[in-house]
Design a protein around this ligand. Structure first.
Ligand code: PAF
Length: 208
């Protein structure tokens, strides 16, 4: 697996690739949900690229940017063992050079739900996602349906901006007790993870 941090090195490498490219954009601290997206990409694409970038633009000043889990060595070996072609690891200066001032905003699906408590969030997500699409030039991109509003917004942006990219959703992967896997679950103890499964179990029971 190649690990590339520079734009010029990535461009040279990208120009040498033939066939379909699948991209899984992530913020690292990978779990089985991310790894299932890698497997989906392997099944559909000739090459799989994973990006890891903890995107400051999707965190408000009072949120957990500094404490967001970062496990680069573990992530790297997981991706290596799954046969990922490239891990793209840009730094902040590459993604947001000085005087960066252009953002992507969606104004329909981005209203309500997660936006109510995190009004800055989707603007930050769509901006980084479009930047990664432009740098990496994938034919297919893979997003977990756990963040369903995010998934639908990426689809909407791709349609609205005529991007020639297929957006593929991956099913939510859950802990044994029912809690959806998430990088932020690292903040919970094993017993809290078990207890939190009650939310999913109760919703499922109500649905049934
Ligand atoms: O879902 C995430 O991990 C992030 O929101 C994403 C899509 C990688 C953008 O930073």
């Amino acid at each position: 697996m190649r690990i590339i941090s520079s734009l010029s090195e990535f461009k040279k490498f990208r120009d040498s690739l033939f066939g379909n490219i699948g991209l899984i954009p992530t913020m690292g601290a990978l779990h089985d949900g991310h790894l299932s997206l890698v497997n989906q990409s392997h099944q559909n694409c000739n090459h799989t690229i994973v990006s890891i970038f903890v995107n400051p633009k999707q965190f408000a000043p009072n949120e957990d940017f500094d404490s967001y889990p970062r496990n680069l060595n573990i992530d790297q070996s997981a991706l290596e063992s799954l046969g990922v072609d490239v891990l793209f690891l840009p730094d902040n200066q590459i993604i947001y050079p000085n005087n960066f001032s252009t953002y992507v905003e969606e104004n329909m699906l981005a209203k309500g739900l997660e936006s109510l408590s995190r009004p800055h969030f989707f603007k930050g997500v769509l901006t980084i996602v479009l930047k990664l699409f432009n740098i990496i030039n994938p034919q297919s991109v893979f997003f977990g349906k756990k963040d369903y509003q995010q998934f639908r917004l990426v689809e909407k942006m791709v349609g609205d901006l005529n991007l020639d990219i297929k957006v593929v959703g991956g099913e939510t992967i859950r802990e044994e007790g029912g809690l959806a896997m998430s990088s932020r679950n690292a903040a919970f103890s094993e017993s809290e993870i078990q207890d939190l499964g009650i939310i999913y179990k109760t919703l499922k029971m109500a649905k049934d």
